[in-house]
Ligand binder design. Structure first.
Ligand code: ZN
Length: 91
């Protein structure tokens, strides 16, 4: 038996992230547009992305990603009445 035997609980305490690490993690998963990386449609297309983000509002006032394929705002896209019907239809 060793004299000093750190328990798993002690190791967990030592592994607690700092406030800065928590903030960074939250920033990464945040949908807040102000934290989003702005990317032009051309750049998104070059990178093979399906969406781009300019930070500007769509005609309905959404600050959201836009589809590279047609330039439409994704908020508008998913709020279309047709989308809900397609989603729930089953064959
Ligand atoms: Zn929109």
């Amino acid at each position: 038996m060793s004299v000093y035997d750190p328990t798993p609980q002690m190791e967990a305490i030592m592994a607690v992230p700092t406030m800065q690490e928590i903030k960074d993690a939250l920033r990464l998963v945040s949908d807040n547009p102000s934290y989003r990386t702005r990317i032009s449609r051309d750049v998104a297309k070059e990178r093979g992305l399906k969406r781009f983000f300019t930070g500007s509002e769509c005609v309905n006032g959404h600050v959201a990603d836009r589809l590279v394929s047609n330039g439409n705002c994704v908020d508008c896209y998913y709020m279309r009445p047709n989308y809900a019907r397609q989603k729930h239809s089953s064959s």
